[in-house]
Design a protein around this ligand. Structure first.
Ligand SMILES: [Zn+2]
Length: 123
């Protein structure tokens, strides 16, 4: 983790075995905790950013992808250790976004983050 003059911080993220590794840069103030059937099973704590904030350090084809429902989000996961470090999608304006699972970032105090509940189960 390193903080730049701009107020953004660069975090290192990875799956458990390291087949997927990346950095993500931004200001992390809150995370979204969704109760839908998928997020609750994976335990996601999500941080939404522009896709350009994500820098993959490992091969893109090392990841597997899970899609469900409307198939609008590519939920990336490691086929070896099973961790799901982020998902790729687009926002309402069509801009490419990444939803980073902050549980896969290093050096974070998860208890100190503001958690915003999302009632995805009712959508
Ligand atoms: Zn892995």
């Amino acid at each position: 983790m390193s903080t730049a003059n701009t107020g953004t911080t660069t975090y290192d993220g990875s799956c458990h075995c390291g087949r997927i590794a990346y950095t993500v840069e931004g200001q992390l103030d809150k995370v979204y905790e969704c109760n839908c059937s998928h997020c609750s099973r994976k335990g996601y704590l999500l941080w939404f950013l522009p896709r350009t904030a994500l820098h993959l350090k490992t091969a893109a084809d090392a990841m597997s992808t899970y899609r469900f429902n409307k198939h609008v989000i590519d939920h990336r996961f490691c086929p070896n250790c099973g961790c799901a470090p982020f998902g790729l999608g687009t926002d309402k304006k069509g801009a490419a976004t990444v939803a980073v699972n902050v549980r896969c970032l290093e050096g974070l105090d998860l208890a100190a983050l503001e958690r915003v509940p999302v009632d995805g189960r009712s959508f």
